[in-house]
Design a protein around this ligand. Structure first.
Ligand code: XMP
Length: 509
């Protein structure tokens, strides 16, 4: 097992995630964790952190941890705290380094950098740096502004990296971590997503005891995995509540219902399409749609849960680690306790009568997907692309009506189907249909016909902050156009969106 000692970096969980992905058990522990606990592990990674080691009240490291004889890898703040404790010096750099940086290894290290070329790109994010090595250490790499970009002690046990090997922009980050875990620390592969299921079940049981829990199922990956997990832990002490707002993709509500019925928990399915459509009548702007859907959802959810007996004490939510990071308060660097907004419209009310149960809070999306698979959920469901909470309502530009929802649902199903058939589904972040509330003319069977255009939107992105439009083969575009106009009554025109983000957004709203 590897202990990742957390000094408050937003990447601490990511380090743990990377090591787990190698199949090695990993635990993120606070920097205050007792030495005896750390002693039981095989290797230690010291995370980065937002502080300077000389700040008042900066997180410290018990020196005994460095004397345990275990291999230690300090990353950024972790390297600096190690250097300070062992008699080196840390100073404010003349120039902070952020982002991709060229690193030159000195060639002195044969273990941590085994298999790396002499020069590679690493990702830096620091103001301070180690300016004097502790005794017995050598600098094993430098960058333009960091003469000691990496250090190693001569026994080959203690290592420090000024850069972040855990982020994907560090070219050989995974290799460096693997070298540390396997060649230096000799860890065994002892972790599998099934272990995570067992661990999570234990934690859930301990937290909720015999209390009753409710979960809000939106049909998305996170809430479905949460519900499946909690049901595995406490069975009939869970009631899963699914509000079908009528804005989901084709056949999705049926599939959610099917999955819930297979779980060992109580379920409550509320069909509320009419009610949501009524509220959305005449509304044309995305933001307004979001607010209405969010408000209506809360109202419906509260009404549906009011009669559940025994009274629920906990609300299970699918908050995942990226939700926590994104809402972390920037002033303190502390992960803020947030309520995941069900529809990104402000979330559930402040006066919640339930305590939150967030079993996925420390997991990344791909870990959640693996967990979902380990729980036996269908592969296509757990690996499917993201879908906005307000659903098809923000994929209709203009007013939402039952007719438009039906047309869009059918067209979207064709886009899903064709892209999957082409084998290109993993190349793109999103691929879907949008509908424009603008009737244009076409001819069908010698008759002029006015109908809505469908826009096909396919994008590539890694984090959706920026995105590019997908270059689909012409043959596939032709097939999409042909099938949509032939198979979906009421569509005579198909457009392809060739705009990146920015300036355009993903959804047309
Ligand atoms: P935009 O359109 O801003 O979307 O480029 C970025 C990502 O966010 C999704 N999205 C939403 N997800 N509630 C959600 O849960 C929303 O109101 C919402 N609006 C946009 C969008 O699908 C894309 O993945």
């Amino acid at each position: 097992m590897v202990a990742v000692i957390d000094f408050g970096s937003q990447y601490s969980q990511l380090i743990a995630r990377r090591v787990r992905a190698f199949g090695v058990k990993t635990q993120l522990v606070p920097y205050t964790a007792p030495v005896l606990e750390i002693k039981k592990t095989q290797a230690i990674i010291l995370s980065g952190g937002p502080n300077s080691v000389y700040d008042d009240g900066a997180p410290h490291l018990n020196r005994k941890i460095l004397n345990l004889g275990l291999p230690v890898l300090g990353i950024c703040y972790g390297m600096q705290i190690m250097a300070k404790i062992l008699g080196g010096r840390v100073s404010a750099g003349e120039q902070a380094e952020y982002g991709p940086t060229a690193m030159m290894s000195s060639g002195q290290d044969k273990k941590l950098f085994h298999g790396l070329p002499k020069q590679s790109t690493v990702w830096m994010s620091h103001g301070d740096l180690v300016t004097k090595l502790p005794r017995g250490f050598a600098a094993i790499a430098r960058t333009e502004h960091s003469p000691i970009a990496a250090m190693a002690d001569k026994r080959g046990k203690l290592y420090g990296l000024q850069f972040h090997p855990e982020v994907e922009h560090t070219q050989y980050g995974n290799l460096i971590l693997q070298n540390f875990i396997f060649s230096i620390a000799h860890c065994r592969k002892d972790w599998h997503p099934h272990n995570l299921v067992e661990q999570k079940i234990k934690e859930i049981k301990k937290t909720v005891g015999t209390s009753h829990v409710i979960s809000a199922v939106s049909g998305g990956v996170d809430s479905t995995v949460t519900t499946a997990l909690v049901s595995r832990a406490i069975g009939q002490n869970l009631t899963a509540v699914f509000v079908d707002h009528g804005l989901m993709r084709k056949n999705e509500p049926e599939e959610v219902g099917r999955i819930l019925r297979h779980l060992d928990c109580r379920i409550k399915i509320i069909r509320a399409e009419k009610q949501f459509l009524q509220k959305l009548k005449g509304v044309t702007f995305g933001e307004e749609k979001r607010k209405i859907i969010g408000k209506e959802f809360i109202k419906t959810f509260q009404k549906a849960t009011a009669t559940i007996r025994p009274r629920p004490k906990f609300l299970a939510q699918g908050t995942i680690h990226s939700d926590v990071i994104e809402s972390a308060s920037s002033s303190t660097g502390q992960a803020a306790q947030v309520i995941k907004s069900h529809h990104n419209v402000g979330g559930l009310p402040k006066n919640l009568k339930w305590q939150l149960l967030e079993p996925l809070r420390d997991l990344f999306k791909d870990e959640v997907r693996e967990l979902g698979e380990a729980l036996g959920l269908p592969k296509h469901l757990v690996w499917r692309q993201p879908f906005p909470g307000p659903g098809l309502a923000i994929r209709i530009a203009g007013e939402v009506t039952k007719e438009k929802l039906k047309i869009l649902g059918e067209a979207d199903a064709i886009v899903q189907d064709e892209i999957k058939r082409s084998g290109l589904q993993y190349e793109f972040y999103h691929y879907f249909a949008q509908l424009l509330s603008l009737k244009t003319v076409g001819v069908a069977g010698d008759q002029r016909k006015y109908a809505y255009p469908i826009v096909v939107r396919v994008i590539t992105s890694s984090d959706i902050m920026t995105a590019d439009w997908g270059r689909l083969p012409h043959k596939l575009l032709a097939k999409l156009s042909w099938r949509i106009t032939n198979e979906v009554p009421g569509v005579v025109r198909v457009l392809y969106d060739i705009t990146s983000k920015p300036p355009a957004t993903t959804e047309w709203e």
